[in-house]
Design a binder for this molecule. Structure first.
Ligand code: BGC
Length: 766
């Protein structure tokens, strides 16, 4: 195997091309040489390159490779996983984190970092939600693109994953995500499209699962028609580790690089298929060519950044990012921030032993690890802080629960404030399997109840990678959703508790009241190999809003230690067709802070089914105390489009769109409206076209109206036997024109209908 620790070396001036390679060499290039390396072709000086996890830090295994992360990986900065970083809604911050990830990868001679993951959080039960950004594709797409830009700015490739519709972990390696075209396009693919078009990741990683019956790794529609032909992807498609089902089908479909190694078995299959004539050699050339392009990009980037890693600077960035990831869910009576002189009971095992990342392939070996307890002690006055463990981190009640609870309650009773750290044990959520419920362990809920009885000044700090039910939310004055925050999460939590950092994060996923309320409740999990995406486009807040359901905390919600007011909003269509929304926002409080301003669109009177409102733009804006600033947010015209299944294309419907400028999906502050010119889409008329569609046609409509006048006897006869007020014309609207002869007899022969349709269609073409 090629040395993994040194940068690839070749003389690029007379670098080999695909034409210099034998069929066997080309085939060999398109699969892994080991768990993390591609294959070299030493004869012509093509080096092997390394691809490794990802996404919120570098997981480069130091010794022999193993999949589960059991082998030690080199120390690297553990930044907040996507569940945290996403809550910042800050593309500039995400890009800086991306650049830091790129730097660490470059120092370690890693060519491609396997991330970001941008799958939609379809259900809070997905075990891997901690690695994903949001239930909304615009949030996932914009933050994903920012990370890719950052990583690639350092000469290292990103790998956008997991393409696509990988929204659960149970049975992920074979289940089929059965998704209708509209939600597939509008919800599950839209974020990927955004990242590809805005940031051109060097690689896209195809998912394990099937989509509507076809493995993502061998789906020509997904990997070629959509990804390349429609979106213009220029990079390489790599399989998720072990996602290849049939290699030959995969290569023909546009799956370029199989990872990890197949030990040469599938390379031989490719060679045999070409030799037997069942696979065009050109397909192998294309895949191998893309591997070679990737190798060249990696070579060009290699060696530009020398170590050693600036551990302190990256830790500081991890702390900044973690502070920006913490959502202040509520703060009744201004209990937070804490005063250093307040006596504080810090309760809960997570305060001392933080849960800071999720289990599975993304586990980073951090360069250091802060805990909240130590950081709180540093902020507070001498002896102001005492700690009680409160519970054992476990899914089940443990024998010591009662004693730990009693100790914690005694401490809480004696202090001004109790800060209770609750959260999910690591085993509750992981790559590879899903959750069964969204509840915190009972021992923790019991502990909180007991603490509240003795001290109403209680702050809850949550550590969890995916949302949990908050049955106590009406009884606890202050709640911080601290997610999984990476290696500096402990100190960042103290920064927020004591107000050194003014919280500014907002929810990128709804916190439901009950699991039963969630959109995929009836359809989550594979049934005989199929996961039915029955909620359609109504994912996340789109669902709760359409059904007018109460939620615990809505999408987009998050408080600050200051307050913001919104002035009037105005919207206008720019020359490019995009829509600019202007609003002035004022920090009305006495602290500097940041506000995440959100723009939601709706189209009253739309002819297609739509969510009540959809997020289309956002900005994280820093405002000093008292400052007012005009913010300009751009809604891309393309993002107003819905996917028309009949027309097989995106369509922007014309009309007066409403643009709600909002502090959350349920805190709409000001609205602007603007008329948007729609796309003119005329579908050819066929015998299957409805009478309504034919009547709406400029040529065919009047002719049919006239012919129908000749059918007045028939219509009158029919009307006379119907109950009063029944609208015959309305009844006929959905009648296929090809079958109208059935009613109209001679008056409308099939020949006449065909002539009419031909005339109408010809007029459209001319
Ligand atoms: C995961 C990927 C990861 C790969 C390599 C797979 O099981 O789904 O996200 O990049 O392993 O570790």
């Amino acid at each position: 195997m090629t040395d993994t620790t040194s940068a690839p070396q070749t003389d690029t001036t007379d670098a080999a091309t695909i034409a210099d390679l034998t069929l066997e060499e080309k085939a060999s290039l398109t699969s892994g040489g080991s768990f993390w390396m591609t294959k070299a072709v030493e004869r012509v000086g093509i080096p092997a390159i390394m691809l490794t996890d990802g996404p919120h830090g570098l997981r480069k295994q130091a010794g022999a490779s193993d999949h589960l992360g059991l082998a030690e990986s080199v120390p690297a900065t553990c930044f907040p996983p996507a569940v945290g970083l996403g809550s910042s809604w800050d593309v500039e911050l995400a890009e800086r984190v991306g650049a830091a990830l790129g730097t660490e990868s470059a120092i370690e001679n890693v060519g491609v970092l396997l991330g970001p993951g941008i799958n939609i959080k379809r259900s809070p039960l997905c075990g891997r939600n901690f690695e994903y950004f949001s239930e909304d594709p615009i949030v996932s797409g914009l933050l994903g693109a920012a990370l890719v830009r950052g990583i690639q700015s350092q000469g290292v490739g990103a790998s956008l994953k997991h393409f696509a519709a990988n929204n659960q972990e149970d049975d992920r390696m074979r289940s089929s995500s059965d998704v209708d075209e509209r939600p597939l396009r509008e919800i599950y693919l839209r974020g990927f499209q955004r990242v590809v078009q805005d940031a051109q990741p060097w690689t896209v990683m195809c998912a394990y699962n099937r989509i509507n019956g076809v493995y993502a790794s061998e789906d020509p529609w997904l990997l070629t028609s959509v990804l390349r032909d429609e979106w213009g992807f220029e990079g390489l498609v790599v399989s998720d580790w072990g996602a290849v089902n049939e290699r030959v089908l995969g290569v023909a479909a546009g799956m370029d690089l199989e990872m990890p190694s197949s030990g040469g078995v599938t390379d031989a299959q490719l060679v045999a298929a070409v030799t037997e004539g069942t696979l065009d050699e050109a397909a192998v050339d294309i895949a191998a060519g893309r591997v070679l392009d990737l190798v060249r990009k990696v070579e060009a980037g290699a060696g530009s950044i020398a170590g050693p890693l600036d551990v302190d600077a990256h830790h500081a960035l991890a702390r900044e990012a973690a502070g920006r990831s913490i959502v202040l869910l509520q703060n009744t009576g201004g209990l937070l921030p804490l005063s250093p002189s307040a006596s504080v009971a810090v309760i809960g095992a997570f305060a001392q032993a933080p849960r800071y990342q999720g289990a599975g392939s993304s586990m980073i070996n951090p360069t250091r690890l802060d805990n909240a307890l130590d950081a709180i002690i540093e902020y507070a006055a001498d002896d102001a802080v005492a700690y009680a463990q409160g519970f054992t981190v476990s899914l089940k009640d443990t024998a010591d629960s009662a004693q730990l609870r009693a100790n914690a309650v005694e401490l809480a009773a004696s202090r001004d404030v109790a800060v209770v750290f609750l959260g999910l044990p690591a085993a509750a959520e992981s790559e590879g399997y899903d959750r069964e419920h969204i509840d915190l362990p009972a021992a923790q809920l019991d502990l909180l109840d007991a603490v509240l009885e003795v001290n109403p000044n209680t702050v809850v700090v949550l550590s969890n990678g995916s949302v949990v039910a908050l049955p106590f939310r009406d009884r606890v004055p202050a709640i911080l959703e601290a997610w999984l925050l990476g290696q500096a999460g402990g100190s960042a939590t103290a920064d927020v508790l004591y107000g050194a950092v003014n919280p500014s994060a907002k929810l990128t996923e709804t916190i439901p009241v009950r699991l039963q309320d969630t959109p995929a409740f009836l359809d989550f999990g594979a049934l005989e190999g199929h996961v039915r995406y029955g909620e359609g486009i109504f994912v996340g807040y789109r669902w709760y809003d359409a059904r007018e359901l109460e939620v615990a905390f809505p999408f987009g919600h998050g408080l600050s230690y200051t307050a913001f007011s919104y002035g009037d909003a105005a919207a206008s269509v720019t020359e490019s067709g995009d829509i600019e929304v202007r609003v002035s926002v004022t920090n009305t409080g006495e602290r500097d802070g940041r506000e995440v301003v959100q723009v939601y669109t709706s189209l009253p009177g739309s002819t297609v089914q739509r969510a009540a409102r959809e997020l289309k733009a956002f900005a994280s804006v820093a405002l000093a105390a008292g400052e007012t600033r005009e913010i300009v947010l751009t809604v891309r015209r393309d993002d107003l489009a819905y996917w028309s299944v009949r027309a097989q294309r995106w369509i922007v419907e014309g009309g007066a769109y409403a643009f709600d400028v909002a502090a959350s999906s349920r805190d709409l502050r000001v609205q602007a409206q603007v008329e948007v010119t729609g796309d003119v889409v005329s579908l050819p008329l066929t015998r299957e076209s409805s009478m309504g569609e034919v009547l709406a046609h400029p040529i065919a409509g009047p002719i049919v109206m006239q012919a129908m006048a000749g059918m007045s006897d028939l219509l009158e006869g029919a009307v006379s036997i119907m109950p009063e007020g029944v609208d015959m014309m309305k009844m006929m609207q959905s009648f296929p024109v090809g079958r109208i002869g059935m009613m109209a007899g001679e008056g409308f022969s099939p020949v006449m209908i065909d002539q009419l349709l031909a005339m109408a269609n010809a007029s459209q073409e001319s």
